[in-house]
Design a protein around this ligand. Structure first.
Ligand SMILES: [Zn+2]
Length: 119
């Protein structure tokens, strides 16, 4: 897996086109929109209905890792109080939500693209 391709949400097959057609807007409560297939190589992103159910668990793991990172930074490095650290975590959860959505789905696509198990 190429970390940069995942962060940029590129198609796993041709590695050129984007998986998502829009970035989404946090202020307008819009989630990023996904293309059904790759415009360049016709790779189908959603293998079957409910394919992205598992991406929820990837998203959970990402969020927990981010919360731990934010907590360590705010509490231990910047020396903020527990309450302020908590609100920093809440703020980071909101700000990183669209990124988590995109990255978790991309990781899920890449997991099944590289494995031998065909879905
Ligand atoms: Zn492609």
């Amino acid at each position: 897996m190429n970390l940069l391709l995942i962060l940029k949400s590129k198609c796993p097959q041709c590695r050129k086109n984007n998986i998502f057609s829009s970035k989404g807007n946090l202020l307008l409560f819009q989630i990023p929109l996904m293309n059904d297939t790759c415009k360049k190589c016709n790779f189908k992103f959603e293998k079957e209905p409910g394919f992205f159910f598992g991406a929820m668990f990837v998203s959970y793991a990402l969020a927990v890792a981010e919360f731990i990172g934010v907590f360590v930074m705010s509490y231990f490095i910047f020396g903020l109080s527990l309450l302020v650290s908590f609100f920093t975590i809440v703020l980071s959860a909101i700000l990183l939500s669209t990124l988590n959505y995109k990255v978790s789905r991309t990781i899920w696509i890449y997991l099944f693209f590289n494995s031998k198990v065909k879905v």
